[in-house]
Design a protein around this ligand. Sequence first.
Ligand code: NAP
Length: 354
Amino acid sequence: MARASKLPVAVLGATGAVGQRFVQLLAAHPWFEIAVVTGSERSVGRRYGEVTRWILPEAIPAAVAGLTVQPTEQVAEVPIAFSALPTEQARALEPQWARAGVFVCSNASAFRMDPLVPLLIPEVNPEHLGIVERQQRERGWRGAIITNPNCATITLVIPLKPLHDAFGVQRLMVTTLQAVSGAGYPGVASLDILDNLIPNIADGGEEAKIESEPRKLLGRLVDGSFQDAPLGISAQVTRVPVLDGHTAAVAVAFARRPAPDEAIACLREWRAPEPVRSLPSAPPAPVVVRDEPDRPQPRRDRDLYGGMGTTVGRVRSCSLFDLRFVALSHNTIRGAAGGAILNAELLVAQGIVG
Ligand code: NAP
């Protein structure tokens, strides 16, 4: 789909770890162009290039470096805003933007489980966008809020989707090994994480998200309401001294037990539905299965398909459940900014924004 001109967009919380990924990924985007960046009182009124402690390898895109950081309370005249706000600020400010007519594609957890808000992975549940009309009607908003899941939920749910459709996931255990960039900037203190591992994130909050969000994502939209998938999930999370890339070690029980080869074929054959697979940020295949016994690895696999791919390996039988595997994806790209940009592309492709 070619566009005559690019849509102006805002990035809310543009100076942080996820905000910077938005700025990087949108720099050469074919449909979107950053017109507005916002931050906290710390940054407002100063040039983005001066106030941002840039943590990505390439230089700050020149067109954005010169923008003056705006207050997030001041809604801009843009059709789409990408939100990388902390949860409490998102809860207070995202509805103001939606009410004023902006489609907010949010990374924050504030509205993910709201019964009127889609929790979206375009390859997994694009039909959940069907709730947007009801959201607008009942909230009295001209715009809307669309969320993407927790970064570790995304690593887990992308490979689960084709397996669930084919074999019926009933219950699972997942242990995550999550990168330090998942904690934002400056994030975890080096004296806590170097030569170490921390078996807790957000005081149990991360585990609660991983145990609840997949039910909504793999559930159905029926007569304008979400019906959760009846999965049993037990999650344990760890923060590990990896820069980017969340790993999930998963054991799953199904309604029909697949042989490992059947599960591998199912993952390899899975393609996103149209129009998702043709969107500019969509990876050629949602999942790549590696045969080597020591993959996936964060440093070697996180940048698959520009960070939008999910790598799965070690697919094998499980002595307690039915199947085991290890999945990995890039937490600030697939799990955050890239995922939200893909959500916005679907809004445009479906004519909801444009
Ligand atoms: P971060 O590095 O701490 O950045 C936070 C951003 O929010 C900064 O741009 C900051 O601006 C801005 N901000 C803080 N207080 C504000 C206020 N009162 N008003 C307006 N802006 C304010 O955090 P992050 O890791 O980028 O995470 C951002 C959001 O994405 C969070 O909700 C997080 O849970 C979610 N998320 C993160 C990841 C990940 O992998 N990191 C993945 C998925 C989802 P100043 O610099 O101007 O203070």
